[in-house]
Design a protein around this ligand. Structure first.
Ligand SMILES: Nc1ncnc2c1ncn2[C@@H]1O[C@H](COP(=O)(O)OP(=O)(O)OP(=O)(O)O)[C@@H](O)[C@H]1O
Length: 274
């Protein structure tokens, strides 16, 4: 398993970035991350912490939201990417799976998957082979391949969105909140698949999650964001055992479950200190 001391090369480096929306709303206040090649890195934090903004800054999707990286730098495979558009990043091997699935509702599951191969130039046989690979990871999608995506379940749409990303043969997938709105058993299933894709295909994952528990069980390394800043980072196994993480993100502590009142006063204290 990878950890902080792992010598694996960093494929993605985010260095002290600041992001502003609409020229005035400062959302990221100096975020730095290192994503090792071939690892699963989790970006954790509550609502509005800045997880999606960080992923969009990396994948070049901020411009469409009137957002801008105003300070700091992002390098992918050693190349500066801050001014690249999303299509160039896909060519470099970086693809984002957006929060909320975003399948094309009127297309079938299989047509959706094939849209992921749109930019490829390696021929129909290679694409057919990868479609088979996706169906092997997601047998449910094989069963539903002729169904209109808009009529499939939330879990199937999440699988379809990840499968479509895989069809572009990415080196790195930025996965935004894969657990959102799904039953625990399904979340578990999806994370198991992410883990096998990571292990068998060598795909690097940076995943944003509010579900700290599941993310820290499957990731190798984690970063916790609060109000646009990284407040803690470390190997996932260490974060899982960290008393603050246990208390405030996993809802447990050595003295037993804390009351919400304690959590609220901790938050107030933090606000005063920040
Ligand atoms: N397009 C936008 N314009 C203005 N403010 C935005 C925009 N998108 C996000 N924000 C603000 O930026 C902050 C961070 O949002 P972001 O979506 O990155 O958080 P998050 O950690 O992904 O949370 P969630 O899990 O709720 O999506 C929030 O306060 C949000 O209101």
């Amino acid at each position: 398993m990878l950890d902080a001391t792992d010598t694996k090369q960093a494929v993605l480096e985010v260095n002290n970035i600041e992001v502003i929306y609409n020229h005035v709303i400062l959302v990221l206040k100096g975020v730095s991350l290192t994503v090792p090649k071939g690892g699963i890195t989790a970006l954790l934090g509550g609502n509005g912490a800045g997880k999606t903004t960080t992923l969009k800054a990396i994948s070049g999707l901020l411009a469409s939201e009137r957002g801008e990286v105003t300070k700091g730098s992002i390098h992918y495979g050693g190349k500066p990417t801050t001014d690249m558009d999303p299509a160039d990043l896909v060519k470099l091997g970086v693809v984002q799976v957006m929060e909320g699935r975003h399948c094309f509702e009127h297309l079938t599951v299989e047509e959706n998957l094939l849209t992921g191969a749109y930019t490829r130039t390696d021929g129909a046989a290679a694409i057919a082979q990868d479609l088979e690979m996706v169906y092997n990871y997601f047998p449910r999608l094989r069963e539903r391949r002729k169904s209109q995506a808009g009529y499939t379940s939330g879990g199937e749409q999440q699988m379809c969105a990840i499968g479509r990303a895989l069809m572009s043969r990415p080196e790195t997938i930025l996965l935004d909140e894969p657990s959102m709105g799904l039953a625990p058993q399904l979340v578990e299933q999806i994370f198991e698949i992410v883990k096998s894709v990571n292990e068998n295909e060598g795909v690097t994952f940076l995943l944003a999650e509010q579900n700290t528990n599941v993310a820290l069980r499957f990731a190798h390394h984690g970063y916790i964001l609060e109000s646009g800043r990284v407040v803690m980072e470390g190997p996932a196994a260490e974060l899982r055992e960290n008393p603050d993480v246990k208390e405030f993100y996993l809802g447990m502590s050595d003295e037993g479950r804390k009351s919400f009142r304690d959590v609220r006063s901790y938050r107030r204290r933090k606000r005063w200190l920040s």
